[in-house]
Design a protein around this ligand. Sequence first.
Ligand code: C2E
Ligand code: CA
Ligand code: CA
Ligand code: CA
Length: 279
Amino acid sequence: AKSAGRGRVVVFDPSMRAAVVERRELERELQGALAGGQLRLVYQPVVELDGSTVVGFEALLRWTSPSLGPVPPDRFVPVAEDLDLIGEIGAWVLREACTAAARWRRLPGGRDLTMAVNVSAVQLASPDLVGQIAEALAGSGLPASALVLEVTETALVRDPDAAAERLAALRALGVRLALDDFGTGYSSLSYLRQFTVDVLKIDRSFIATIQGAHLPPIVRGLIDLGRTLDLEIVAEGVELEVQRDQLRAARCDLAQGYLFDAPLEAGAAERLVLHPAGA
Ligand code: C2E
Ligand code: CA
Ligand code: CA
Ligand code: CA
């Protein structure tokens, strides 16, 4: 701690200074990322647990900054929100993902593919979102029923009434809604009662607890809950064969994870649609 005059004491160590400098650089670089063509989407296959057929993809945002290198979305999406850039970036993500999905659905074997897009709390709160989605669908020709919007509980907790209204408007467009990272929030169950969703994505922290022949009771409970509510269930972060086998035995519908595929560049995703493994 050092005295900063006028009786104020500021605690400032070198690591904090480094963090501030880094954040400023990230902010500066992010301003031009979209226009500079530095953003792209990768696509992680969503597979059916019996048979491993690809039924859709989740679009995941990537940023490679010329000066900072690859920056993970967990780090730059919050910054984009603070800088008010998320509206523009989010609209681009929706257009890009819908366009890719519409194209892949025209390929042999691609007919029923779905595309999932992540929507942050700030995006969900924005009055522009519904229009952006309608435009992305109209512009690409993707049927609304093929688009899944992934929202987290965090996005719903801030202003539940506004969120409920927004979700209703989105469902009226015909898109499907997924509750992402399910089980990690404080009040998952009350959200299921309050908001109508179509898909539950069981967070990978739960999937990671599957390590042997025995299915942890909480995972079974989450799957049973989803089934009771007639929701589609997606297990996230499946990395091990034993996890796939246990989930399959518990009749979980769908899965994503490194065991099947990591997020793929657009070209690789398209080749997977054209030439499914084993076909
Ligand atoms: P998320 O929606 O929960 O995405 C899943 C994350 O898990 C992705 O990280 C994915 O690469 C990673 N993953 C997939 N399979 C496995 C696995 O088997 N094991 C492990 N350990 N990880 C796996 P990623 O791409 O770094 O994305 C992180 C988060 O950033 C996402 O979490 C999502 O909340 C956010 N995000 C990504 N793209 C977008 C976007 O376009 N818009 C918004 N608003 N947020 C995005
Ligand atoms: Ca997600
Ligand atoms: Ca997730
Ligand atoms: Ca997550």
